[in-house]
Design a protein around this ligand. Sequence first.
Ligand SMILES: O=C(O)CCC(=O)C(=O)O
Ligand SMILES: [Fe+2]
Length: 421
Amino acid sequence: MSLLLPICSYELPTLNNCDETSSPLEIQRVEFESEDVHGPELCPHFFWNTFLLKNRPCLVKGPARVMKEWPAMRNWVTSSGEINFEYLIDAYRDVQVPVTEITKDISMEYGGMNCTTMSFQNYVQYFLKYRESDYSASMPCLYLKDWHILVNHGNDETGTRTPEKPYETLPIFASDWLNETSSKDDDYRFVYLGPKGSWTPLHADVYGSFSWSVNIAGQKKWHLYPPGNERRFQMSNRQSHPQYNSENAGIEGQDFIEVVQQAGETIFVPSGWFHVVWNVSDVISINHNWFNGANICYIWHQLQNALAEVKQEIAEWTSLKDCAEGFEINDQKQCQLILKANHGMNYSSFCDLILNIWEKRMDRLKDFDDRPEEEERVLLDLAILRHLINHHLLNDVDLASEYKQKFNFAISQQLPRGRCC
Ligand SMILES: O=C(O)CCC(=O)C(=O)O
Ligand SMILES: [Fe+2]
């Protein structure tokens, strides 16, 4: 089917999934150093067409002028480029933060490490001691990860001085359906603070999302594996590979990209790319997981695959008759409950998100003044959503009829002021 779009500088996704990557295995580098912040390099069309749609990783430098204005760049780093613990403690002293004990065993399974929470101040005290001991093997290696720093930002319950919002998402990453619709007390925007030697095991990101990650201070080393190798890694879904046992060699027989990310650089990790990350020095970084029209069909396919896995599991239990009491493979409700527990999302959470974005874009069309750029984006989102609904969601046998009705109603609506998508 062809999509009717206004003449548009955003290319349309081919609307297949992201499993194929024909690009050479090398990281592309983009420098956004232009003084003109509206210059072509910063333009979201360029990034959309070149990286998001092609599902290719890239390392972005700059835009220096924009990032220099981020409070995080000004305040979290000392003039000699070190992490500014004095400022951070002052700003986040009593905030409870999630901390993971990192094993030195590189073959550890993702999620197999111990997690706890502690006050930010206690974590920094530990960090400084660990550093003074020269990262002694006799001390635990603790990694502050997945800190939702913007959740409840400005809502000062702890008595700590509320800091400024530390950064603004760069325009190239701004189209973000996941964080746009996430609830006030949960999101997919994180800070990571880790001592030299801490690391994150092999995984692909939640739901098949994209991620971007910028180092505010310090260096990280990444190994990136293109999608399509999961079967050969012999793992299901997000589990780690048990034979990842050398930091430098990577997984035997598998091609990968190695990249060292410096302070001030942002890495874009596309959908379905497995990755391992090491903190080469003490590092503080900001990371978002997100998806939008460029990878929404992939997110949907991941959800369908996760449901197929649930059904498969239930079928296996059912064949062990004794444990199968009360379970039916066609019990949609049970399947959806397990899907939510396993995958973090199920059909209704996905469909609610899609309907929410559809409504917001339709509303947005009602009150455009003179911003053709933004209108173009909104029409692009609507065209992609319409395709997803017509060609994927409405054809799915497992989708509840209640949602099919809602989707049929949504796409039967006229676009405001005679527009089409
Ligand atoms: O920095 C890390 O330790 C992990 C980051 C990561 O996995 C990501 O940005 O997707
Ligand atoms: Fe990741």
